[in-house]
Ligand binder design. Structure first.
Ligand SMILES: NC(=O)c1ccc[n+]([C@@H]2O[C@H](COP(=O)([O-])OP(=O)(O)OC[C@H]3O[C@@H](n4cnc5c(N)ncnc54)[C@H](O)[C@@H]3O)[C@@H](O)[C@H]2O)c1
Length: 318
């Protein structure tokens, strides 16, 4: 039998001046990630399947991540004959119900495969991709599902019963494969609802009107600028291997103490560590310890609810 030894790990730490491919650049998170990386000094190749503007990017390409030829050319755009140094894979059907379930699953799994397999094969030094808190299964279950325990850490067993959650679990497995096969440091981010400005304000107001409305999301959230921040932290970390990490704001979208919300809406969940005040139910120890990442934006004290805060994305630093 022909056994192939796993390739040696690559030096992953990126620095300003390096080239980074961002997929899903026209999306809510991509529109903030691209200018944030560019403002930090990266040469960004921004791609999406819909036409879009990204003035801060070095190159803008329109194409589908499920097309290996498109991915291959995007990996080389903006980096001369060489390949980009890093890949940020955000392109996805970002919730169930937009397209039929089989399409949610196959588009997300196939797109992630083409991007991460293409990146690993081409010699990209580090990849980071969006998974989701939804991978645990509760947010889009369409029925009452509770975590077995809180805070929810990465060891908690997913209970996915929707195609989007399953597509994110499959994407995580693709990441593991790319790291094993090519030695490409690959990290999948389990992020909850991401928002800033009006999008976040709606969520906070909904939680005020009806604390139960967000019971399946467990009142979790992350500022869009912190989503860009964690992407940069992973790219610059130099951490080798494959990782799946939770990322979340330290608090909830609700004014009601988390312990009260859990007792009322998830009474069967075991609370293994006391959650003080409005602390999030998501355990973010791994992302802090591995990548040194701690979110800096808060809707309670900062500008996160300002209606036009996402408009400042162009030119911002993270
Ligand atoms: N926004 C959130 O609250 C949230 C929460 C958790 C995880 N995520 C994940 O983060 C990532 C980015 O989310 P977002 O909120 O920016 O989503 P979005 O829907 O705003 O943007 C996704 C972008 O991907 C593009 N896209 C989809 N399929 C594609 C394909 N096959 N080829 C090329 N482009 C394609 C779309 O055109 C769109 O511009 C997604 O992977 C999503 O699942 C988002």
């Amino acid at each position: 039998m022909n056994h192939t030894l796993p390739p040696a790990g690559r030096a992953g730490a990126l620095r300003p001046g390096d080239a980074v491919l961002v997929t899903g650049a026209a999306g809510g998170i991509g529109r903030v990630v691209v200018p944030a990386l560019a403002a930090a000094g990266y040469r960004v190749v921004a791609t999406d399947r819909i036409p879009f503007d990204a003035p801060s990017a070095q190159a803008v390409l329109v194409g589908d991540t499920r097309d290996p030829e498109f991915v291959g050319s995007a990996l080389r755009a903006g980096a001369g004959p060489a390949v980009v140094d890093g890949v940020v894979h955000l392109a996805a059907i970002a919730s169930p119900g937009q397209v039929p379930d089989d399409q949610t699953f196959t588009q997300n799994a196939q797109g992630t495969f083409c991007v991460l397999d293409g990146a690993g094969r081409a010699g990209v030094r580090v990849a980071v991709a969006a998974s989701s808190f939804s991978a645990y299964g509760y947010p889009w279950a369409g029925r009452h599902l509770s975590p077995a325990y809180v805070p929810v850490d990465e060891a908690q067993e997913p209970v996915a019963v929707d195609a989007y959650a399953l597509s994110k679990l499959a994407s995580e497995q693709v990441g593991a494969y790319a790291a094993r096969r090519y030695g490409m440091p690959t990290t999948l981010l389990r992020i909850p609802f991401v928002g800033t400005g009006d999008r976040l304000r709606e969520m906070v107001e909904l939680a005020r009107r009806d604390p139960g409305a967000m019971r399946q999301e467990l009142w979790t959230w992350l500022d869009t600028r912190d989503a860009a921040g964690v992407v940069r932290a992973v790219l610059e970390s130099g951490v080798d291997g494959y990782h799946v990490v939770n990322v979340a704001a330290p608090d909830t979208t609700s004014d009601v103490p988390t312990a009260q919300l859990l007792a009322r809406f998830h009474p069967e969940t075991v609370v293994v560590r006391p959650l003080e005040g409005t602390a999030t139910v998501i355990d973010t120890t791994a992302v802090r310890e591995l990548f040194g990442f701690v979110p800096v934006h808060s809707w309670r004290t900062g500008d996160a609810l300002d209606p036009d805060v996402t408009a400042v994305a162009e030119g911002m630093t993270v």
